[in-house]
Design a binder for this molecule. Structure first.
Ligand code: PEP
Ligand code: MG
Length: 318
């Protein structure tokens, strides 16, 4: 099927009734960005930056980070590029500074919590992103946000980084967008308040599923509990979209669910504006977007929200 879908790479990602849905790629390396572009991505919805920081004894310098972000920008000139700030902790460790053993690492020192307690780390990354943003449409996204205070602190750091670059006479993006990953249930439940402070939302459905269903995403013993289509999660997605739209913010899905063509109609029906997925999923999700109408998607989402469990939702999709 992929061969046949290759011919559709250039076709617009619009629904049958003409609603445009931005289709973006997830990537961790420049090679993956190139692959995403080859499969017709309209930009990046998630550039993971962990690889740059891991398996080395030191932290990457601002210049080294700038080189990667600029290289990514050069592959996708003019297209939106959403870069997630460092998201280690949980099961990902850094050698550059001690990350003590924790009883519950996924509920511990992770994502933006590390960035805010090590502000020089986040500041350096933001400076590099602002500098790369002088020549590319680079947006900054904060992982693992739980409270509005984290967004405010991240924004203050971003402003500090801009003030520093201004004082140094270095070129930078004067109007950076700062977005928030919605992957903790509290963030979805407080989306209304977060939407006032964030420029955009991106749903991390992998962690949102893990935290909502209290189910370790990597534990095979409870794998049957890990159901991204559970109505509880769909409800959180719908609430997030409604709150975002009341404040004129866009919502992307960048978790695995964004790359599942079976889920595409439900996600669009719940109000998701943009989908981001691994390069290999792009053709299937493009075909799924092009196959549906907005009103069918809305009706499907309503029926899914009335379901009692993921199996009932799944049954609607066949
Ligand atoms: C997610 O949680 O859905 C996500 C996109 O982030 P990661 O998979 O990198 O934790
Ligand atoms: Mg995540």
């Amino acid at each position: 099927y992929t061969y046949a879908l290759r011919a559709e790479v250039g076709l617009p990602t619009v629904t049958q009734d003409g609603k445009a849905v931005l289709l973006l790629a997830n990537a961790s390396t420049v090679a993956e960005v190139q692959e995403g572009l080859a499969w017709g991505a309209a930009g990046l919805g998630l550039l993971r930056t962990e690889l740059l920081f891991m398996e080395r004894p030191d932290l990457p310098s601002e210049e080294e980070q700038l080189a990667l972000y600029a290289a990514v920008g050069a592959v996708m000139p003019g297209l939106p590029i959403t870069v997630r700030t460092l998201d280690v902790g949980g099961d990902k460790y850094l050698e550059a500074f001690p990350m003590p053993h924790e009883e519950n690492p996924f509920l511990g020192w992770r994502g933006v919590r590390i960035g805010l307690s090590r502000p020089e780390l986040l500041l350096t990354q933001m400076r590099a992103l602002l500098r790369a943003g002088a020549h590319a449409d680079i947006r900054i996204m904060i992982p693992m946000v739980t409270t509005i205070d984290e967004v405010r602190q991240a924004r203050a750091l971003l402003q500090q980084a801009m003030a520093e670059l201004e004082a140094e006479g270095v070129e930078y993006n004067h109007t950076p967008q700062l977005g928030v990953m919605i992957e903790v249930p509290a963030a979805a439940l407080n989306a209304e308040a977060l939407a006032r402070e964030a420029d955009f939302f991106s749903l991390g459905t992998n962690d949102l599923t893990q935290y909502t269903l209290a189910c370790d995403r990597g534990n095979s013993r409870i794998a049957s509990l890990y159901q991204p289509l559970d109505p509880a999660i769909l409800r959180l997605i719908g609430m997030t979209c409604a709150a975002a739209h009341r404040h004129g913010r866009m919502v992307t899905v960048c978790g695995e669910l964004g790359g599942d063509p079976q889920a595409t109609p439900i996600l669009l029906g719940l109000g998701v504006d943009e989908l981001s997925c691994g390069p290999n999923s792009l053709p299937l999700v493009r075909a799924a977007i092009r196959a549906i109408t907005s009103s069918d998607a809305t009706k499907l989402a309503e029926r899914a929200l009335a379901c009692a469990n993921a199996a009932e939702v799944q049954a609607l999709l066949i």
